[in-house]
Design a protein around this ligand. Sequence first.
Ligand SMILES: NC(=O)c1ccc[n+]([C@@H]2O[C@H](COP(=O)([O-])OP(=O)(O)OC[C@H]3O[C@@H](n4cnc5c(N)ncnc54)[C@H](O)[C@@H]3O)[C@@H](O)[C@H]2O)c1
Length: 291
Amino acid sequence: MIDNQTLWNIDIGGMPARGPAPPLTGLKDVKPLKDILDLTGKTAIVSGGSKGLGLRIVNRLCESGAAVVIADVDDFFGEKAVEFLSAKGYTARYQKTDLRDLNQIHACVDYTVANLGKVDILVNNAAYYKIVKFSDITEEFWDTSLDISLKGMFFMIQAVAVQMIKQGHGGRIVNISSNAGNSMENFYGWMVPYVASKSGVNGITRSLARELKPHGIHINAVVPGGMMSVGSFNMERTPEIEEVQRANPGAPIGDPDNVARVVCMACTEMSDYMDGSIIHADGGTYLGFTK
Ligand SMILES: NC(=O)c1ccc[n+]([C@@H]2O[C@H](COP(=O)([O-])OP(=O)(O)OC[C@H]3O[C@@H](n4cnc5c(N)ncnc54)[C@H](O)[C@@H]3O)[C@@H](O)[C@H]2O)c1
């Protein structure tokens, strides 16, 4: 039985390590929040970071002090993004990286280490999605979807995690998933390859959390709700699919920055006790909210 005075001192003064538990930091010594959120000196890679959610994530990571490499295939948007971020005084680079090509994935990691010294953070944001009825899905469309959104994501994690293990001071990996990974919205019936890839993203996140935790690497996933982005804005819909959409209440639509803030959090020490978590930043879509 611990008396109140001792308990109070545990809160204020902390406690030495006991058994497998780490020492408890006393209230008087807790790390200030601004230091926990500070990424000064860290280096990050963000796939698909030239536009949409990816660019918002790059912006927040830079603002928190990280140097960021944008790994994307879009030279125009990639270079414009670097121009914009550099003008704000941030350290951002663009490295052309097609996630379908393992050589380009390795070249991106090598570029980051050669130019910025190391890799501490990876955000797997790039994905390929289109609305296509199941009977119209071609093998080529299937392969492109899975190669970018799932296979490319995995091999980017592999290349970066091997580098992080070599560096010896852990790291953070955040995978961008979707409610499509749970097939939660009515509409996802028309995005089968996307659903398959995002279900895979959730599974890979949980599975790798077990393998990577012993190396001090925290891997988690963020599930965004619907967002206005170049990709979502340009999605083509046939009249039949528009009819399906009209018949089903839509999910909330948000600003990608709302999701980027959560991703940025998961890249900081805020996520020290998170491994294999699937974090929803979706305005309640997972619960069936419609606005
Ligand atoms: N927009 C939404 O409503 C929504 C909802 C839930 C989840 N998401 C997820 O959020 C993430 C970002 O979505 P977005 O809407 O901003 O996408 P977007 O289409 O606007 O941007 C995707 C980026 O990925 C890049 N990219 C495409 N193919 C690539 C390849 N082979 N190699 C490297 N980069 C490549 C594109 O050039 C682009 O910059 C995706 O993982 C998506 O699945 C989006």
